[in-house]
Design a protein around this ligand. Structure first.
Ligand code: CO
Length: 402
């Protein structure tokens, strides 16, 4: 029996946002790693792991993952917050890594074995104008990505107006541009009209609203995009307004993907069990790790909903590996968000999953299959100014979610 001897965190990347948990056992050479990545609150998550949760787990049997998960989850009494969920998620991944190493099997084998040959991923195309976007979509398709997300620039792109061109208060703050729902409703459907005319209906395309719209406009956008037959429309509502999915569902067939901000079962369970979304997009670490996410995948299977675990630019190779193993073994898998790492980052995480031709491939190493070179990972740490607050605002100066 391997007992937990120590739990600590290695911080990597600017701001140390890659908080990688290492759970060390009393068995020589037996440890596991997990991702407690948080681009905004890595310091807080690290404190929770090293000073609060970790010390309570010393001496526990590392094999009892479910028991450890349940007892840590409820030990705080108050639960389902993003910080403690991420801390628990990182520890949970590390315990699964250990279990795979003890069994001598890749994690997907412990989860039931492969039910697909590799993991198809969607790429992120964007462009400042329609021509540039169409070219970028084609670039991703040529690389082999079976699904491509299409954005007009960054978060909220398509919804920004020149601040000088709109009616604003005379005491209005300094702003270059303002977010405008109606501009978004005009430009994003037009973007898909252009893309479908240019590329036809063969390409599987998605779009991410990043929760920028007022709820009634989210309904309107879903309806306006229906003729363009998206693979899915993502984050059309903020987490606070998910009841609006009922209205969207009643009015159109645009497939809905949601959940990268979810941490609480009260958010995703009703959306799955009432079939109000088509793809659940939780980040594995934020939902609390592999233990809850394999249950989410199983729940999805019974209701015909699919998983599309979140990745994106701020995630790390360890969280990606956890998602990939779930993807390989879940019949409810839909698509995986892609993520790519620099050469020095891959060097610091030997065994990181290989992304080639739009698909992720595991190796045959036991556990997650990815390790950490602590020195190299720590050397990627750079100081960074604290991350800011919400940037996008409407013409009157009020904040746009998320
Ligand atoms: Co998103």
């Amino acid at each position: 029996m391997a007992k937990i001897q120590d739990i600590r965190v290695i911080r990597s990347r600017p701001g140390g946002s890659w908080a990688i948990v290492k759970v060390i056992t009393d068995q020589p050479g037996l440890w596991g790693i997990g991702s407690a990545n948080d681009v905004h609150h890595a310091e807080t998550v690290t404190t929770a792991i090293e000073q609060v949760i970790g010390p309570r787990l010393i001496g526990r049997d590392a094999a009892q993952i479910e028991d450890i998960w349940q007892s840590v989850y409820t030990a705080a009494y108050w639960r389902n917050g993003s910080i403690l969920n991420t801390a628990l998620g990182g520890i949970d991944m590390a315990l699964w890594d250990i279990k795979g190493k003890e069994a001598g099997l890749p994690l997907y084998q412990l989860l039931g074995g492969k039910c697909r040959d590799a993991v198809p991923c969607y790429g992120h195309a964007s462009g400042k104008d329609l021509e540039a976007l169409a070219e970028d979509v084609q670039r991703w398709m040529e690389q082999g990505f079976p699904v491509v997300r299409c954005q007009l620039g960054a978060y909220g792109g398509g919804g920004f107006l020149d601040a000088d061109s709109v009616s604003r208060p005379k005491n209005g703050r300094q702003m270059e541009n303002v977010f405008d729902d109606e501009a978004y409703l005009e430009n994003v459907p037009r973007m898909f009209t252009f893309l479908r005319e240019r590329l036809g209906f063969g390409p599987k395309l998605t779009h991410d609203v990043h929760e920028h719209l007022k709820p009634h406009n989210a309904v309107t956008l879903s309806k306006l995009l229906e003729p363009h037959r998206l693979y899915f429309l993502e984050d059309v509502l903020p987490p606070e307004q998910i009841d609006w999915f009922r209205l969207i569902r009643a009015q159109c067939t645009t497939p809905q993907a949601m959940g990268e901000l979810f941490v609480n079962p009260h958010e995703y369970v009703p959306l799955i069990s009432e079939r109000l979304i088509d793809y659940v997009r939780v980040r594995v670490s934020k939902a609390g790790g592999i233990t809850p996410c394999r249950k989410i995948a199983a729940l999805c299977e019974f209701y015909g909903v699919q998983t599309a675990f979140q990745e994106g630019g701020d995630n790390d190779p360890v969280n990606q590996a956890a998602a990939m193993h779930l993807d390989l073994a879940s019949t409810s898998f839909g698509i995986q968000e892609e993520n790519q790492f620099s050469e020095v980052e891959r060097d610091a995480f030997p065994g990181a999953a290989v992304l080639a031709g739009g698909h992720l491939y595991p190796n045959d190493n036991p556990g997650l299959g990815v390790d950490i070179d602590e020195e190299k990972a720590a050397s990627l740490y750079r100081d960074r100014a604290p991350s800011g607050t919400a940037q996008d605002r409407r013409a009157d100066g009020s904040v746009v979610r998320p």
